[in-house]
Ligand binder design. Sequence first.
Ligand code: ZN
Length: 92
Amino acid sequence: MIESLDTLFCVRGNMFLSQNMLNKLNESFILQIRPPKNHELLTGTNGNWFCPNHGEKMVNKNGYACCPVCNLSISEFIYELTRLNPHLNFEH
Ligand SMILES: [Zn+2]
């Protein structure tokens, strides 16, 4: 992701994040003042997720999408990321 214009642009998803989502991702991944909750992955969301801090592809650890570097899970945010900040459909 690239920080610009007070928000983040998700290059891979080709979208801008809401300020609210940006704040939450910042707190959990960059500042690490609020650990992300471990939510079960929703079915069909095993797609490609990347750590907002390290850019590493999240790996499935016990059903949670976790960064292999910081071990933080993005699972809590997937619902909001896919529903409220819809990524364009893209395939590798
Ligand atoms: Zn990470």
